[in-house]
Structures are given as C-alpha cells and as structure tokens.
Design a protein around this ligand. Structure first.
Ligand code: COA
Length: 261
C-alpha cells in the first residue's frame, strides 16, 4: 500500500489528476481502479469478489475510449490475467518487468559505512530541501518537488522514522531509502532508494537500506519487500537487493490493448 501513497503523491497535483474509483461493500473497499493514461492503469480486486474484475475493467475501458491501454498483473494473479484476456488485452512477451523480492528480517547484518558518512532519519521540514535534492540527483529527474514530497510526508502511512538518508562529512545528503510499513501484515516496502551520482559505488545504498531495515524490524515488522526491474536492461537495483539478502517470489506481466480508432 506504500506503493500507492508514493505513486499518488510523488507527483504534484497537476500531474496526478487521474481518475480513481473504489468499489465498497458496507464501507469496506473490495476493489479499486486507477487510470493514469496511457500506460499506468492499475487495479486490485479482493479475491473473495472475483466478479468485480469485469466491472473494474469495464470502467477502465470506458475511460480509455478506444485509446491504447497497458496494465501489469502479477504472475501469481491468474484470475486477473484471464480477465485481461477476456477484455481484449494481450500479454507482452518481452520488455521491462518488475521482479518482486522479499526478505525475512530475523538475520539483518550490521550497518557498515565508509569513514565520514553517517546514517540517520529525515528530520521532516528541516531536511525537506536536501531530501528532495538527493532524490532528484539520484534519478536525474525533477518530477519529485518540495511540494510533492511535503505531500508524501503528510500521506498515510508515511513515517519519518522509516525515511533514512546517508549524510556526507560536509552535511550533504548522499543516499536515501524510504520504507512504507504495512502494520497489519508486518511488512515493509522499500520505495524508493537512490544514491547521488557523486557518491556511487561506495556501499551507501546498501548501508542506507540496511539502516532502514533495522528500523523497520524495531517497529515489529517481520518481512521486507521490494520490486526492482527484473529484465537485463536495468540490472543494478536487483543486484543491490539480492546482495541485501532479498530473494524473488513473483514478477509482473504486462498486458496491452491496441487502440481502436
Ligand atoms: C542503484 C543505486 C541506488 C546503487 O547505489 P550505490 O550506492 O552506488 O550502490 P552500492 O555502492 O551500495 O552498491 C550495491 C551493489 O551494486 C553494485 N553496483 C552499484 N553500482 C553499480 C554499477 N554501476 N555497475 C555494476 N554494479 C554496481 C555494487 O558493486 C554493489 O554490489 P556488491 O553488493 O556485489 O558489492 C544507484 O545507482 C542509483 O541511485 N540509481 C538510480 C536510482 C535507482 O535505480 N534506484 C533503485 C531502484 S528503487
């Protein structure tokens, strides 16, 4: 669920103006759809209500109005994939995908940092500018701004004690790792991680992830998950997480529907 908060609030409101629909049963959400056209449609249906898959896909079809669509399903979600085929989607057999990894938190090694660097949590508003600057430098992108990150920090379930940075001797931020805790399931999602290009290959992303994972464990979580790219075109994050003891358990499959205009 941290992925939803991050995906929604990392963008400024003018960029994130896409339709979201909820299906409820006595006030409890049992399905939802998210229509970030053209290529980021998402849906989730409670497995106890599989009949809603068609309703959610109909809702997305109406919004698409004949334009091309793209949806990711997990490999393990067979019912979702069957419904996508029923609605005219076709599986893409190559290209980027996300490899879902998990790690038990019982045997975390100690955090080791190169001399002069320290790991600590973000101090809310006081660190906001630097926190955004290290993210922008790592991703070479200005999508995330101080305004949008302020919204991330205000969103549920963000918590600053799981937002870790590595600071260089001069006080600049060198690396960052944010974890989202799902309290009910005792699972933390790592999203995102980044190291400033000036400080790469020093072990800083490894160290900042470990520091955040220790904090996650101290909060009572038992498992961490992360979804790096699994295809060979973007291999370094997966290598980083495997080096931290994460192992794959699922992957995304991309389904596309051609435009009908
Ligand atoms: C991926 C990223 C976070 C790695 O940061 P980093 O601080 O340089 O990584 P580390 O120094 O901790 O290295 C971790 C491992 O990756 C390897 N690695 C890092 N950069 C590498 C490169 N360019 N080529 C090959 N291996 C590399 C390291 O050798 C190390 O491997 P090891 O555990 O076998 O020794 C950084 O490149 C980055 O910010 N990329 C852009 C944002 C991104 O993709 N984030 C991750 C997805 S959420």
């Amino acid at each position: 669920m941290g992925d939803l908060a991050w995906g929604r609030f990392m963008y400024t409101p003018d960029q994130a103006d896409w339709p979201i629909a909820l299906w409820e049963d006595h006030g409890r959400v049992i399905a939802w759809g998210w229509a970030q056209f053209p290529d980021d449609l998402k849906l989730q249906v409670d497995p106890a209500h599989p009949q809603l898959l068609d309703e959610v896909l109909d809702w997305l079809d109406d919004l698409a109005a004949g334009n091309p669509c793209e949806i990711n399903s997990l490999d393990s979600q067979e019912e979702v994939q069957t419904a996508l085929l029923r609605h005219g989607y076709r599986r893409r057999e190559s290209g980027p995908y996300f490899a879902y990894h998990m790690r038990d938190l019982t045997d975390l090694p100690a955090v080791v940092l190169p001399e002069g660097f320290t790991a600590r949590v973000v101090d809310d508003e006081a660190d906001l500018d630097q926190r955004v600057a290290v993210h922008q430098a790592a991703w070479n992108s200005t999508h995330v701004t101080t305004d949008s990150y302020r919204a991330v920090m205000a969103s549920w379930p963000y918590r600053s004690d799981l937002d870790w940075i590595v600071e260089a001797a001069d006080g600049s931020f060198a690396a960052n790792c944010l974890i989202w805790l799902d309290d009910a399931n005792k699972v933390g999602l790592i999203e995102p991680v980044g190291t400033h290009p000036e400080f790469r290959r020093l072990g800083l992303s490894h160290a900042v992830c470990l520091a955040a994972l220790h904090a996650l464990k101290d909060l009572g979580a038992t498992t961490a998950i992360v979804y790096p790219r699994g295809d060979p075109a973007y291999p370094i994050p997966q290598h980083l997480y495997r080096g931290l003891g994460f192992r794959p358990y699922d992957r995304t499959r991309t389904y596309t529907k051609a435009g009908q205009r």
